[in-house]
Design a protein. Structure first.
Length: 199
């Protein structure tokens, strides 16, 4: 029997606003379509607004399974999506992020604000620490995430991120490239945090 495919569901982090550049919304639509075209499921933040709503609607329309997870405090503010496969309402943001991670096999980060960045950084950290072995791919629409790539490179240069951990986060230009990057991702081995001088 052939092995099960590595990717079954993809978690997409993205803004609850559409942003000012129409390219962001177009990329969200394309992302939903690309997920469905590969027969994958979408896991996301459960909202019906902004890029979240666009990627969910696009994936649903194209025939994908769509699972949303939204905390009670945001149920009204982000307008919980009522027309997806499953909508889970949880108590806290921490529960939301854990369920999103548990239900997915990798993360794609689209343009968004501080909340999107926080979700992406936590997912990176969990792979870095060996809590899970999932890749994080930034969909770098119009170079939106270029400064994030530069910051990670700076962290490596200054000795706070190991060079072998830097590839945990990839930066690509298209939804298809993002899914390809997740499919081939291999988590780095988790090593001691101490430097040789500290041991």
């Amino acid at each position: 029997m052939p092995p099960a495919p590595r990717l079954k569901r993809v978690c997409v982090f993205c803004g609850a606003n559409p942003g000012l550049n129409p390219a962001f919304a177009e990329a969200a639509r394309a992302m939903g379509e690309a997920i469905a075209a590969r027969g994958l499921g979408l896991v996301y933040g459960g909202g019906h607004v902004g890029l979240m709503g666009i990627v969910a609607d696009s994936a649903m329309k194209a025939g994908a399974e769509v699972i949303g997870i939204i905390p009670e405090v945001l149920m009204r503010r982000e307008v919980g999506h009522g027309a997806i496969t499953e909508l889970h309402v949880v108590g806290t943001m921490h529960e939301r992020k854990k369920m999103m991670a548990d239900l997915s096999d990798g993360f794609i980060v689209m343009p968004g604000g501080v909340g999107t960045l926080e979700e992406a950084v936590e997912a990176f950290t969990w792979t870095q620490l060996g809590i899970h072995d999932k890749g994080i791919v930034f969909l770098d629409v119009n170079n939106y995430w270029q400064r994030m790539a530069e910051l990670l490179d700076h962290m490596v240069a200054e000795g706070f991120v190991k060079p072998e951990q830097r590839p945990i986060a990839d930066f690509v230009a298209s939804p298809e490239e993002a899914l390809e990057a997740l499919a081939r991702f291999e988590a780095p081995a988790v090593k001691s945090w101490a430097s040789p001088q500290q041991r």
